[in-house]
Design a protein around this ligand. Structure first.
Ligand SMILES: *[C@@H]1O[C@H](CO)[C@@H](O)[C@H](O)[C@H]1NC(C)=O
Ligand SMILES: *[C@@H]1O[C@H](CO)[C@@H](O)[C@H](O)[C@H]1NC(C)=O
Ligand SMILES: *[C@@H]1O[C@H](CO)[C@@H](O)[C@H](O)[C@H]1NC(C)=O
Ligand SMILES: *[C@@H]1O[C@H](CO)[C@@H](O)[C@H](O)[C@H]1NC(C)=O
Ligand SMILES: *[C@@H]1O[C@H](CO)[C@@H](O)[C@H](O)[C@H]1NC(C)=O
Length: 340
């Protein structure tokens, strides 16, 4: 449009100039006589030149205009492109932002879950189940917990004894399961959770990472019961040979685990005891053997009649001496802070 306007203006200017030339002509006719032919042709030539000049000017101008227009169009296109690029960048930024936002939300969720899991809401033993109002003794499945690094685990909960909330780590009562097993089996556990079993050294390690109480309940072949309780009980990890640490005995069975305090765990295939003898082989179990025993709760189950003839039975020196194999034993743990 600018080009057209300019064209009209230039055409206007040309016409004006032509009109002026025409207007001058009569005056020139009045001027002193000149050869008319020559005058006529000179004027026409001059006009022609002027017209040519104007035309070339017009062409030049229009070319310039066109270039300008092209430039403007190019600039507009450039701006448009930039705009689009900016828009793309904005879109990208937006999507990144929402992605980050998403991630933040996921992180918050994880934090929330972690926070939940690290609080008393987490279910990682029978005490937390008890706190959630599961107050009937029996078998429970503890959920897998990534935060604590613990797998899904079947446990037996004693929800009655002395306030409940106990997670059983061992039981002897039926006598059909051999406890003379290797390191790997003691590590992961064996037996039946409703019958005789060892929960597994890795699981005991995890359970006792929180300050824990150990309670050992025993029954002899006359139906009498006794117990030993340690106000502090913990087991090291496998790298540290599941070393035992105990403190603060109480009970009526005698302090027969003290002798095993600060000793590593031994099995038939791993002699970590403090003896020249191989205690695990002699006592036929996996245990924190010293040199060798004051108690042997993972020893051989001897039935009534056989229960006083051997030193590799389920013994607790503090109650029935070194050759009396008990009828029933349960070992259970509970957090120190647990309040029924
Ligand atoms: C035509 O234009 C040129 C410059 O573009 C100028 O030098 C010349 O004098 C002009 N001629 C006339 C007749 O206006
Ligand atoms: C043993 O009990 C005493 C008195 O209750 C307490 O101060 C101490 O911390 C306990 N020891 C351990 C290792 O828990
Ligand atoms: C217990 O085992 C660790 C390695 O797990 C070892 O360094 C340490 O000496 C052992 N302690 C005893 C008393 O055998
Ligand atoms: C076990 O040994 C530790 C020292 O390592 C000691 O503090 C604790 O009282 C001992 N436990 C018992 C029951 O004697
Ligand atoms: C325990 O049994 C062993 C044989 O297994 C025997 O040599 C030892 O004298 C017995 N000890 C007691 C106190 O009865």
């Amino acid at each position: 449009m600018a080009k057209e306007n300019l064209g009209i203006i230039l055409l206007g200017v040309t016409l004006l100039l032509l009109a002026e030339t025409w207007a001058q002509n009569p005056r020139k006719r009045l001027s002193p006589p000149k050869p008319p032919k020559a005058q006529c042709c000179d004027e026409v030539r001059s006009l022609k030149v002027q017209v040519a000049n104007l035309t070339s000017l017009l062409e030049e101008l229009s070319r310039k205009q066109e270039t300008d227009l092209m430039n403007v169009v190019r600039q507009i296109m450039e701006l448009d492109k930039q705009n689009r690029q900016q828009e793309t960048r904005v879109t990208e930024a937006e999507s990144k932002y929402s992605e980050i936002n998403n991630r933040v939300e996921i992180m918050q969720l994880h934090t929330l879950q972690s926070a939940t899991k690290s609080s008393s809401d987490a279910i990682y033993d029978c005490a937390s189940l008890y706190s959630k109002n599961y107050k009937i003794s029996g078998e429970y499945k503890l959920p897998k917990d990534d935060f604590l690094g613990s797998p899904e685990l079947n446990v037996y909960c004693d929800m009655e004894t002395n306030g409940g909330g106990w997670t059983l780590i061992q039981r002897r009562k039926i006598g059909l399961t051999s406890f003379n097993r290797d390191w790997k089996q003691y590590k992961s556990g064996f037996g039946s959770i409703r019958g005789d079993f060892w929960l597994g050294n890795d699981n005991i390690f995890r359970l006792t990472r929180q300050p824990s109480v150990l309670r050992i309940e025993m029954e002899d072949w006359e139906g009498q019961t006794r117990y030993a309780e340690y106000g502090f009980f913990t087991v090291a990890n496998e790298l540290n040979s599941y070393k035992l640490f105990l403190a603060n005995y109480s009970g009526n069975a005698g302090d027969s685990l003290r002798y095993h305090n600060n000793t590593n765990f031994s099995t038939s295939d791993k002699d970590n005891d403090k003896c020249v003898d191989h205690c695990a082989s002699l006592r036929k179990g996996g245990y924190w053997y010293n040199c060798c025993t004051d108690s042997n709760l993972n020893g051989v189950f001897y039935r009534y009649g056989q229960h006083m003839k051997n030193s590799d039975g389920i013994t607790w020196y503090g109650w029935h001496g070194s050759n009396y194999s008990l009828k029933k034993v349960e070992m259970k743990v509970r957090p120190v802070e647990f309040q029924p």
